[in-house]
Ligand binder design. Structure first.
Ligand SMILES: NC(=O)c1ccc[n+]([C@@H]2O[C@H](COP(=O)([O-])OP(=O)(O)OC[C@H]3O[C@@H](n4cnc5c(N)ncnc54)[C@H](O)[C@@H]3O)[C@@H](O)[C@H]2O)c1
Ligand SMILES: O=C(O)C(=O)C[C@@H](O)[C@H](O)[C@H](O)COP(=O)(O)O
Ligand SMILES: [Zn+2]
Length: 363
């Protein structure tokens, strides 16, 4: 199935299927047959698991650059090393880059492609559930120790080739992390979809067919928003639901300690408590959302490792903040997101309420 992403700067497709890698790569034959070099960026875990299969299925000669797994590859050092690799390989503007891995590989590779000789084409080959989100929409970045995704660019891939048969090797923790972004897409888009997820016995053990349905739906939500607002001046902010507090917890923990989706789940609960004050989300719903999260193995322990004061500096670096005032994505109701300015005092009050609620639920 092909899902169009009509971003203003460049329109492309997400080709999603099972065992579709070879065919999907071949669909770029016109461009790839003219490339002077094809480079694949991947990470050490993905390569250890899938190098044999990938090499057999990838229909062109390529050179591979194996990065450190996880957030460790979203650093300035690995960004610089990736550029060195491309230069050593004598890459030019006629070269073509692939990102074969999860969101970390995709974000790093995209930023390298955006900046190498001021921009060369790249294609995303996502291998995680989470990357149904990260591979689409052209946000590329590395982290700065002071904040998440602080150095980056909007740079769209030429295409996204999603062969979900590669997801079967994901450990449960990464399934959980990835499903948090599915829950985010459902929360900002469709009450029935979220209810369906919340009613599932477990969101960690969907069949391939069910999982594909959720991923396709998530990609459609994202593609539709990116088509309206590629560079996050308006509705794209909605895709940041759960990320203001989530990114603060993720950064404070030290990148890679919490998985991105684990942090976003905490951030979504924070945003729901805040939403109770501005719309029709009820405390009962928030409580049922926490129960749903706990049932599926999400943890809120990270919150109590930090004081609000320790999180505040990271919160204030949220990219949506304007003139020193935080903007949160809240829900009027499920499926109806909006952006609200929030004072630091209110932010601190919600942080306190979150801690009380966690204690109550876990008691
Ligand atoms: N650009 C965007 O729009 C966007 C959106 C969401 C998240 N992100 C970013 O994406 C990153 C998180 O993405 P992620 O969770 O995919 O991270 P990841 O790339 O770190 O992958 C998570 C872990 O799973 C392993 N892995 C990957 N594929 C595997 C497979 N098929 N089988 C077994 N193990 C596999 C990786 O080696 C890694 O250890 C964060 O840096 C986040 O900021 C970006
Ligand atoms: O695509 C977007 O826009 C998103 O916000 C998707 C998020 O899931 C993703 O984590 C994104 O990288 C966060 O962006 P940031 O601008 O807050 O760093
Ligand atoms: Zn995210």
């Amino acid at each position: 199935m092909n899902i169009p992403v009509k971003a203003k700067s460049h329109a492309y497709e997400v080709q999603i299927g099972a065992n579709n890698l070879t065919e999907a790569v071949k669909s770029f034959n016109d461009q790839l047959s003219k490339a002077d070099k094809i480079i694949v960026f991947t990470d050490e875990k993905v390569w250890q698991l899938h190098s044999e299969r990938f090499t057999a299925e990838f229909p062109y000669p390529f050179e591979v650059n194996v990065l450190a797994a996880g957030e460790a590859c979203k650093t300035f050092d690995s960004f610089f090393a990736a550029h060195s690799f491309l230069l050593e390989q004598k890459c030019t503007r006629k070269s073509f880059v692939f990102a074969f891995g999860g969101g970390a590989v995709g974000d790093l590779t995209g930023f390298v492609a955006a900046t190498f000789m001021r921009g060369i084409p790249f294609i995303q080959i996502p291998t995680t559930i989470l990357a149904h989100d990260s591979a689409v929409g052209g946000k590329t970045a590395i982290n700065h120790p002071l904040g998440k995704n602080m150095i980056g660019a909007f740079y769209q891939p030429q295409g996204v080739l999603y062969d979900i048969s590669y997801l079967s090797s994901l450990p449960e923790r990464e399934v959980r992390s990835g499903m948090a972004e599915v829950i985010k897409h459902a929360s900002i888009f469709d009450e029935k979809w979220l209810a369906n997820l919340m009613e599932a016995n477990s969101i960690l053990h969907f069949s391939q067919v069910e999982l594909a349905r959720h991923l396709e739906q998530g990609i459609r939500v994202k593609a539709d928003i990116v088509a309206q607002d590629e560079e996050e001046h308006s509705v794209r902010k909605f895709l940041n639901f759960g990320h203001t507090y989530g990114h603060a917890i993720e950064a404070a923990s030290g990148f890679g300690k919490l998985a991105h989706g684990e942090a976003v789940m905490i951030g979504m609960v924070y945003a729901l408590i805040l939403s109770e004050r501005y719309g029709t989300i009820s405390p009962t719903f928030t409580r049922s959302f926490i129960d749903f999260a706990l049932r599926n193995g999400y943890s809120f322990d990270a919150v109590n490792k930090f004081t609000f004061e320790q999180l505040q500096g990271y919160l204030m670096k949220d990219k949506k903040a304007e003139y020193g005032v935080l903007q949160f994505v809240l829900l009027k109701q499920i499926g109806e997101p909006f952006v609200q300015q929030i004072s630091v005092e209110e932010c601190q009050e919600i942080d306190r309420l979150l801690r009380v609620l966690i204690e109550e639920v876990l008691a």
